[in-house]
Design a protein around this ligand. Structure first.
Ligand SMILES: [Zn+2]
Length: 79
């Protein structure tokens, strides 16, 4: 009985840990260089999935994604 309880506690802890880990990676905002890499398809499937998930709810990064031109190298000089 104690073993079952211990197993339940461990599995719950693992699930909570994975949820927190997942949430923190989603909450992190996307950088311009990541967006450029995304648009040039220079990132891994995992990163791609993460970015797609992030912009699905983060309007700020979605706008940044729309505004970022992957071929524009001198963006800081353009006003
Ligand atoms: Zn964001």
């Amino acid at each position: 009985m104690l073993t079952v309880f211990a197993l339940l506690t461990i599995s719950t802890a693992v699930v909570v840990y994975l949820k927190i880990k997942n949430a923190s990676s989603i909450l992190r905002h996307i950088t311009v260089s990541e967006i450029k890499a995304y648009k040039r398809s220079e990132i891994s499937q995992d990163d791609r999935r993460q970015i797609t998930r992030h912009i699905s709810y983060c309007a700020k990064c979605r706008q940044l994604m729309l505004d970022t031109d992957p071929d524009e190298m001198i963006e800081h000089l353009v006003e």
